[in-house]
Design a protein around this ligand. Sequence first.
Ligand SMILES: [Zn+2]
Length: 631
Amino acid sequence: MDTDPKPASAATARAHAALAARLPADTGEDFADARRGFLGTVPDGRIVDADGRVFWNMGAFDFEMGDAPCPPTVNPSLWRQAKLNTIHGLFEVTPGLYQVRGFDISNITFIEGDEGYIIIDPLISSETAAAALALLRRHRGDKPVKAVIYTHSHVDHYGGVRGVISDADIAAGLAIIAPEGFLEAAVSENVLLGNAMNRRATYMYGALLPRDPTGHVDAGLGKTVSMGTVSLVPPTVSIGRTGERLTVDGIEIVFQVTPDTEAPAEMNFYFPKFRALCMAENCSCHLHNLYTPRGAQVRDAKAWSYYIDEAMGLFGGETEVLFASHHWPRWGRERAQAFLKVQRDLYKYIHDQSLQLANHGLTAPEIAEEIALPPTLAAEWHTRDYYGTLNHNAKAVYQRYLGWFDGNPANLHKHPPVEAGRRYVDLAGGAEALLDKAREAFAAGDYRWVAELVNHLVFADPANAEARGLQADTLEQLGYQAESGPWRAFYLTGAMELRHPRPPTSQPRQAAGGQLRALPADKLLDSLSVRLNGPKAGATQLAMNLTFSDTDETFAVSVENGVLHHRPGEIATAPTITLTRTGLTDLVLGQTTLEVAIDAETVTAPLGAEPLASLLSLLDRFDFWFEIVTP
Ligand SMILES: [Zn+2]
C-alpha cells in the first residue's frame, strides 16, 4: 500500500474554490483584533525545559505564518482561522488587563490588582502557564499572584495552575475562585468513559498527525493542545449565584453563573473598573460544539443561548471590551453587543430550527443536510464551522430530544458493522466489484459515498489492502476539504491508521491513572462498576466493607447479578478491608498486587481479603488503542 499522503484531487480543488467564493468578505478586523496590544512573545512560541523537553512549539506551524498562501490540501476558511491562531504572545487588552494567547489551545488572562495579579484560566500545562506568567512579569513587573479564577471545568482552563502558584500559596489559602460544581464536573465529567473519550480525542485534536499542509494545521479552537504537566488544585471560593460580587486585590468582579452551557460548571464575569466582560468559553470566534466528536453527553443549546442573552442584559450596556478563554477580544460597546447577539442567535437558531424540522418529520441526518444559517448569521466569520459544525450540532440537538432512533423500524435493529459489511460486499458481487464501483465514485469526487461503501469492505475484510488504501485516500480528501479542525483531524487520523496499522500490543495500554487518583471514593467505585465484566461476574455474589483510611469513609460494596453496588455504610455480615483510595487505584491499574499490598500492610483485612481478590479478578482493563476505522 502507498502510505504517503496524496495531493489534493481536482474535486477537492473545485470544492475549495466553491467555498472560497461563498466566504464572507475579509475586512481584516479579526487579524487587527488578534494583533492589537501586542507587547512581546518568546521566539517561535517555543516553551522548553532545561533538558530540551518541548511543551509547546508554535514554530512547527511556520508554514502558516505571514502571507503563506493556502495549500491545496487545506480548506481555505480553516486556513484563515489557522493563521489567526498562530498569532501568539502577550497582549494588552486594556490597561491593567492582559492576555497571553497562542501558548496553548486556550488563553490565560491577567488582571493587575492593587498588589499583584489575578489569573484567569491557567492553561493545560504547568510549563506553558509558567512561561506565560514569566512573559507577563518581564513586561509588567515581578508581582505576586493574588488569586486564580477558573472559568469552567475543562482541563485547558485549570491544568496548568501549578505553574503559576506554589505550595506556599496553597498553604496560605490563596483564593481560587470557580463556579459551583466545578470540582465535581472537573473530575467526573469524563470518568466513566475516560478510555473511550481519550482514545477518540487522539483523533479529534490531531495529536498523531504531522504538522504540515497534509497533517494538522489547526484545532479551530486554538492551535493544538500543549504537552506538559497537568494538575488540579481545588477551588477555595465557589460562585453559586448570578449577581454575586467579590473584590479581589482591590478589583471588583461581578459574576454570572452559566451551568450546563459549554461545560457543566461555567461562569461569565464583569470587571466594572475595566468595563471588561469575560465570556469564558460561552462565546468564541467560531461555532462551538453542541456535541464534541471525541464523545460526550450533548450540551444544551437552549441554555447556552439563554445565558448569552442574560449576559447581554446584565453587562452589555456597559461593556467596552469583551474577551474570552479562547481566541481574540472585541473592542467597543457596539461591536461587543453585536458579537454577543450573533453568538446568542447562532445557538438558538440551531436549536429551534432542528426541532422545527424534527416536528416536520425529518430525521437527524436529514435535518443536518437541510439546515442552513440565515444570511445575517452566515455573514459573520465567528459563526463558522471551525470547531463545531452546523451539521453535527443539528444532529446533537435531535439526539438531545429524540435520541439515536429515527422512528423508522428499518433502523430499529440493523446489523452491526461487520455483519452488515459482509452482506453488502456479497450484494455488490464481491470485493473487486465493490472496489470497482468505489473507484468510479472516487474519480467523480463522491468521497462521502466512497467512505460509506468501502467501510463495508474494510469491516468485512480488514486485511484487504486495496480497500484500506482506497478508504484512506477518500478520508484524506474529505479531511482536506473539511472546514472544521476536528473533522479534518478525524479524517486524516483515520487515513493514517488505515495506512499504518499498529502492531498488536502485547500489553493493553491503559489511560492514565491520574484522573482515577483525583476521584472521591464514591466516584472511584462508580468507575469500578463500569470495569466489572458482567458476563464473567455471572452468578458471583460477594460483599465487603471497604474502609478508606485516607478519607475515613466506609462503603458497603457488593456484587450480585453481574452488578457492582456501593453505598456509604457497612454490611454487618461482611468482612472489612482497609486501604487508601490510592491503594485501591494501584490495585485496579495493576501497579501492585493484593498479595504485595497485604504483605506491605497497605491493605489490612483481619477476616481475609477474598472478596476484594474476587472483585479485582472480575475487573477488565481497557486497551487505549482500540480500533476505530477497522473492526
Ligand atoms: Zn477551552
